[in-house]
Write a protein that binds this ligand. Sequence first.
Ligand SMILES: [Zn+2]
Length: 261
Amino acid sequence: MAGRATPDAWASRLFDMATLKPVPSRLFRSDEELAALPASERIRYRLVSAGRRHHANDNIAAFVREGELDELKAEVQAKMQEVLRSLVIDTESDHNTQETAKRVAKMYVDEVFRGRYQPMPAVTEFPNVERLNELMIVGPITVRSACSHHICPIFGKVWIGILPNEHSNLIGLSKYARIADWVMSRPQIQEEAVTMLANELQERVRPDGLAIVMEADHFCMHWRGVKDAESAMVNSVMRGAFLKDANLRREFLSLLSRKKP
Ligand SMILES: [Zn+2]
């Protein structure tokens, strides 16, 4: 009889002991099954299978296959169209919003959140042949991001202080800006963004000391909420020599304030 579990089928089912609900018996999907899923589900399946975190500010480029970003854009467009519909906007007769869903999907995937979907920009590292060991400051680097809480723009500046040692790798000045841009082009919160940027630079440059200061305007504070026109948030990360040496920290911060526009 249809729908009735035979003892064998019953025995093969797994139950979650906390909820007593059956666990889906097909934990592994075939390529054909995956191909039938929307691209976002396929990518999520690979991330979950690999046990990889995929928060708003995580890069997931290694789990996206060729052509899937176009599929993602089509998915986001269709759902964005539904959002406009739920906002009771007549996108058919309103010529201003006819293409909005498509524009927003492209903006998210290809532009403002591309740091989630694109691999890290290629950065050449050079050995420190001159054995430079003086404080280096890069900045201000203009950075654009969006807050994870409201998907509102964050617009700011970043200063990076590096104290290299003879074993440090050096990277070209413009590369600091490219790595910063890659980290910031994701929905972020500022405290996590500076830590992520510090981790990327620490791994590549391996300096004795690393300092990052970020000062940014959060448009969710201007556009909504308290509507405060003067609120900028400043964060810093200090590592290695910058933590231990108050003079070095002071030197960095004083050069930085002189460099502020
Ligand atoms: Zn916000």
